[in-house]
Design a protein around this ligand. Structure first.
Ligand SMILES: Cc1cc2nc3c(=O)[nH]c(=O)nc-3n(C[C@H](O)[C@H](O)[C@H](O)COP(=O)(O)OP(=O)(O)OC[C@H]3O[C@@H](n4cnc5c(N)ncnc54)[C@H](O)[C@@H]3O)c2cc1C
Length: 370
């Protein structure tokens, strides 16, 4: 029951961090549920968009690119990513927001006119004078293959995953952490808090507070549009002010009202009003009428107050590391933030790929929030 590193949570964050930490010493992962990936990791839009979020998030996403496009040999049977352009759309009242976005992201986005927008996504209403921008370096991510690949690495590197093991107590006794779970007591030199929506709660168990981490519910639904010609090649379409988005998904479309409702950490469920709002935004923007919602779900996106992930040792307890607050970017940033966690735990600095993108340990570290 002793290991050098103990990771709390087996979502994508915990599984990926454990895989890189296992190169440096023994690792135990404790997961509250009976299976990994049950919470936010299993409920995402599965997209890689390197112009989405704060500059530090975009850079962390780009630092993950090489892993997604060139994973280690044997990591997955199929490619982890499938290219899919991201199309930002603006109505006449939103041109200032579009201009601001083009200015922020420079060469990563190309302006597109109404004709090109309608060619890229033929269900958008032809009567609206659309303008927009496209990012062609984006992709769909196979989240399950990514998670399973990291779990295989975890196993191959001798790390241990214990499910049904919710951490209920966390105490520093001498040089060790003593961690209480219903599956027994564990000891470790270093603890990594990768508990997703529960990261604030785990911080409080350690006596370090919650750093202001807030879970926000986001709703998603799946529909079958009437028009399906070429649907597999349509882009990920998002309103420039992020009031809704949709993307092709398994022959249908996934929609989201891009809601952000504060929530307690829980097994969250969609609210019918948010489902109705998603349908309304979609119908206002397209020629489609939604007759049936095939599937609906919701997940918790957990943000720090500055909406930058929190990665690294807590200055008050340097052997307690945070890997939390990934918000709506925890899939696309997972490889680089997991490598950063392992590097910070062992060398005290972030890894070279992240540095090359201009991200420092201080940008991600929890000290900024204390
Ligand atoms: C609708 C939606 C769309 C999204 N779209 C995207 C996207 O397109 N691209 C992107 O990059 N990101 C996206 N995200 C965000 C992404 O899904 C998350 O950032 C990411 O999954 C977070 O992973 P995690 O491992 O931190 O959290 P989780 O997957 O929630 O894992 C945390 C784990 O910790 C466990 N745990 C909690 N407390 C304890 C405890 N006390 N003891 C033991 N275990 C514990 C939980 O059971 C859970 O398994 C989206 C999210 C949503 C909801």
């Amino acid at each position: 029951m002793e290991s050098r590193f103990l990771v709390i949570g087996a979502g994508l964050a915990g599984a990926s961090a454990a895989a890189f930490l296992a190169e440096h010493g023994s690792v135990t992962i404790l997961e509250a549920e009976d299976q990994p990936g049950y919470h936010t990791t299993g409920r995402s839009a599965a997209s890689y968009i390197d112009t989405y979020g704060h500059a530090a998030v975009c850079s962390s996403t780009r630092a993950s690119r090489d892993f997604f496009w060139n994973p280690p040999p044997g990591f997955a049977e199929h490619p982890l990513v499938r290219p899919r352009a991201e199309l930002e759309i603006a109505q006449p009242g939103q041109t200032a927001a579009l201009a601001a976005m083009l200015e922020t992201h420079g060469a990563a986005l190309r302006p597109v006119d109404r004709d090109e927008i309608l060619r890229l996504c033929p269900i958008l209403k032809p009567g609206i004078d659309w303008s927009g921008a496209i990012n062609e370096a984006t992709a769909d991510i196979d989240v399950d293959a990514l998670l399973q690949g990291f779990l295989r690495l975890v196993k191959a590197r001798g790390a241990r995953l214990v499910t049904g093991a919710r951490v209920t107590g966390l105490q520093r006794i001498g040089a060790s952490y003593v961690i209480a779970t219903p599956m027994g007591e564990y000891r470790a030199d270093t603890v990594v808090n990768a508990a997703g929506a529960w990261a604030g709660e785990v911080g409080r168990l350690a006596g370090l507070g919650d750093l202001g981490l807030t879970p926000l519910r986001r709703t998603a639904l799946k529909i079958e549009p009437a028009t399906k010609d070429g649907i597999g090649d349509w882009p990920f379409v998002i309103d420039v002010e992020e009031t809704f988005y949709f993307r092709p998904d398994g022959g249908g479309l996934m929609l989201s009202p891009a809601d952000e409702t504060p929530s307690e950490p829980c097994d969250c469920q969609p609210d019918e009003l948010d489902v109705a709002i998603a349908v309304d935004h979609f119908e206002q923007a397209t020629t489609e009428t939604v007759r049936r919602v095939a599937h609906r779900w919701a997940g918790l996106r957990t943000f720090a107050p500055d909406r930058i992930p929190v990665v690294g040792p807590d200055p008050r307890e340097p052997r307690f590391l945070w890997l939390a607050g990934q918000g709506g970017y925890g899939i696309q940033t997972a490889p680089s933030l997991a490598m950063a966690t392992a590097a910070l735990a062992t060398t005290g600095d972030v890894h070279e790929a992240l540095k090359a993108q201009g991200v420092t340990a201080a940008d991600l570290g929890p000290a900024r929030l204390i």
